[in-house]
Ligand binder design. Structure first.
Ligand code: AMP
Length: 280
């Protein structure tokens, strides 16, 4: 496995990989890798002859007062994990490699970017859309893999790829969870033992809504209230949102049969997100 740190060496690797034929699969991450990230790499390896993971804690997607400085940086462990699953390359750029001085261009995807997580994290999705576009242009993969865990992010990237006619296939990969249902996240390591127990309530809340939906409760407000009840019962009071949305467009008008429930809540100081598609 090769570690590429600048545009020139990345470009050489990309050219060689493309010359060899077969597909290049790309997995953008911020590092602090866990089984969720590794499942994206495994999925890529199924249909791509070369896989490349980027590790970049993107400063433009963090707001003032957010956890950019504390965000875990565990490159030695990340590299060993990727080596173990036969990933071919890591792209490990510095901020200057991604954002050379003098940049003036940003990608906005509205109104998708200003709702749900975007409402409490202004500018977050502009940072995400911009860095993903830059990374896609540098890596030029055939397919890029994103977790369903970040449902709004995945929806926004699909929209952006369509709107800008980017030549990449976007693949969504299912959420990997702990035994008690908590979705794996690099931020779970911020949780204290007590908070870790509480955090499982996000999954419980989603399951409660899903089972009500299955039993015929189709009213979004009722489902949201039931899920909120589960969070509150477990002591989670800082709830950013609990929303039932259209699974494709994330609008409040539900067009498809199966909507998605999305939750963002703070457990202690840690902001966690999760989601589940509700089906009858
Ligand atoms: P991050 O490093 O948090 O930016 O995540 C990098 C990619 O891994 C994103 O596409 C995430 O959606 C995905 N991811 C993170 N956690 C999980 C999980 N538990 N299951 C599946 N994918 C995940």
């Amino acid at each position: 496995m090769i570690v590429l740190e600048d545009r020139k060496s990345l470009n050489d690797w990309v050219e060689q990989s493309r010359l060899r034929g077969g597909k290049v699969g790309f997995i953008p991450t911020m590092g602090a890798l866990h089984e969720g990230h590794l499942s994206l790499v495994r999925e890529a390896r199924k249909s791509c002859s070369q896989t490349i993971v980027s590790i970049f804690v993107n400063p433009t997607q963090f707001g003032p007062g957010e956890d950019f400085d504390q965000y875990p940086r565990t490159f030695v462990e990340d590299k060993a994990l990727l080596e173990d699953i036969s990933c071919d390359a890591i792209f490990l750029p510095s901020p200057e490699v991604i954002y050379p001085p003098g940049g003036q261009t940003f990608i906005t995807v509205e109104p998708l970017a200003s709702q749900l997580c975007g409402a409490s994290r202004p500018g977050h999705f502009q940072g995400v859309a911009t860095v993903v576009t830059i990374l896609l242009n540098l890596v030029r993969p055939h397919a890029a893999y994103f977790g369903v865990k970040d449902y709004q992010q995945l929806t926004l990237i699909k929209q952006m790829v369509r709107d800008l006619a980017l030549a990449v296939e976007v693949v969504g990969v299912p959420i990997v969870r702990e035994k008690d249902g908590l979705a794996l996240s690099s931020r779970n390591r911020y949780l204290t033992t007590e908070e870790r127990k509480q955090a499982a309530a996000l999954y419980k809340a989603l399951c409660t809504a899903k089972s009500l939906y299955k039993d015929g409760e189709l009213r979004a407000k009722e489902l949201e209230q039931a899920a909120r009840g589960v969070l509150l019962e477990s002591g989670i009071e800082q709830i950013d949102y609990v929303e039932v949305r259209d699974k494709e467009k994330l609008t409040s008008e539900l067009t498809a049969d199966d909507p998605v429930m999305l939750i963002a809540a703070r457990v202690g100081k840690t902001r966690l997100i999760d989601n589940m598609v509700l089906s009858t």
